[in-house]
Structures are given as structure tokens and as C-alpha cells.
Design a protein around this ligand. Structure first.
Ligand SMILES: [Zn+2]
Length: 124
């Protein structure tokens, strides 16, 4: 989960919007397809906001599409990093640690930087 500033109201109405042009509506991670839903604003029931979250059980990634473009990309990658960390066993070991969020932020910005600024080879 990528955190965001707390919103004032706790009765915020959210809505799902169409996949923004150029962004994925699904992503394959470790052979499993995860749906990406763009929801704005993205909030917890208590009204606190977040940039994104992933639920492994129903293989869904929620992203706030009101973020600037680079933050949408990085947040999607951040949530994907959670899946890899969970798969590796790292996330359950450090479940409450900020280390997980720091790592996911690093993964998101690193992969985005790498792929945005390089002609990255694709599998043939
Ligand atoms: Zn996170």
C-alpha cells in the first residue's frame, strides 16, 4: 500500500473510472493476472487516502488515477512489488515494518526510471 495524506471527510464517494490511455488494465505477475482498477478518490473507510493497494486474494490492484502520470506508474509498480515480496516470504516476515514500504517505493521508482529512460529489451 502506498500512503497518501489523510482526507478530511469520512463519507467520500468513490468511483471507478476507465483505464487511462496508456496505462494497463491488467498485469501478469508470476503467472497470475491481476486486474487494475482506477478508483478516485482511493480511501479507507475512515477517509484516509492512499495512492494504491493490492489484494492478493482477488488479484486486484487499486490505483488513484488523479495522481500525476509518473506517480501512477510508480504506484502500480509499488503494488506489484508487494506481490513479489509476499511471494518471496519477505513481506510476511516484516509485515508491519516500514521496510516493506520503503522497498516497494524503491522498486517502483527504480523500475520506472529504468524502463522510461532506456530502450529495455522485451522477451522474444
Ligand atoms: Zn505499499
Amino acid at each position: 500500500m502506498a500512503k497518501r495524506k489523510t482526507l478530511a471527510a469520512n463519507t467520500v464517494e468513490t468511483r471507478d473510472v476507465p483505464t487511462p490511455p496508456g496505462y494497463p488494465s491488467e498485469v501478469k505477475i508470476l503467472g497470475q493476472t491481476y486486474r487494475i482498477i482506477y478508483r478516485t478518490p482511493l480511501v479507507f473507510p475512515d477517509g484516509s487516502g492512499l495512492q494504491g493497494m493490492v489484494t492478493g486474494r482477488d488479484r486486484t490492484i487499486l490505483i488513484d488515477p488523479s495522481l500525476p502520470p509518473h506517480m501512477i506508474r510508480e504506484t502500480i509498480l509499488h503494488e506489484i512489488a508487494h506481490v513479489y515480496l509476499t511471494h518471496s516470504g519477505f513481506e510476511s516476515k516484516y509485515e508491519k515494518a516500514k521496510l516493506v514500504e520503503i522497498f516497494c517505493d524503491m522498486f517502483g521508482s527504480a523500475v520506472d526510471d529504468l524502463t522510461q529512460n532506456n530502450d529495455w529489451p522485451t522477451r522474444r
